[in-house]
Ligand binder design. Structure first.
Ligand code: ZN
Length: 115
C-alpha cells in the first residue's frame, strides 16, 4: 500500500510527484500538524502513520534543495496550505509549490503570488 496524503481533498501519493512527510515524533509538533488538518477535516484524528504531502507547506518551510533533489522540511515546519471546498475547483491557484518531481522549482501558470 503506498502512503497517501491525509489532507482534505488531496490524498496524493509519491506517484503524483509530491514528497510525503510523516507526522513529527515530537508530541507538540504532532498536535500542531493534526490541528491544521482538522481545520478542513474536523472529525479526523492523526496517527503516527499519517502523512502530509509537500503541497501543504509554504516554501519558507523547506531547506534549500539538496543536490539529490530531495525535499527536506525545516524544524518546526507547519502545514498551512489547505484546500477548502471551494478551493478544490480552483486548485492550481491555491498551491504555491509546483509538484513536478517533488521539486519547488517550475511555476504553475495559474500560480498566485501573495505578497
Ligand atoms: Zn496533500
Amino acid at each position: 500500500m503506498p502512503y497517501h496524503c491525509v489532507a482534505y481533498g488531496c490524498g496524493k501519493t509519491t506517484e503524483d510527484g509530491v514528497t510525503l512527510f510523516k507526522f513529527p515524533k515530537d508530541p507538540e509538533e504532532f498536535r500542531k500538524w493534526e490541528k491544521q488538518v482538522q481545520r478542513t477535516r474536523t472529525q479526523w484524528v492523526a496517527t503516527p502513520n499519517s502523512y502530509l504531502c509537500s503541497e501543504h507547506f509554504g516554501k519558507e518551510y523547506f531547506e534549500p534543495r539538496l543536490p539529490t533533489g530531495l525535499l527536506k522540511l525545516r524544524l518546526g515546519a507547519a502545514p498551512t496550505v489547505f484546500l477548502t471546498t471551494q478551493g478544490i475547483k480552483a486548485q492550481s491557484k491555491h498551491f504555491e509549490i509546483s509538484s513536478h518531481n517533488g521539486l519547488t522549482e517550475g511555476l504553475h501558470h495559474g500560480r498566485v503570488c501573495y505578497k
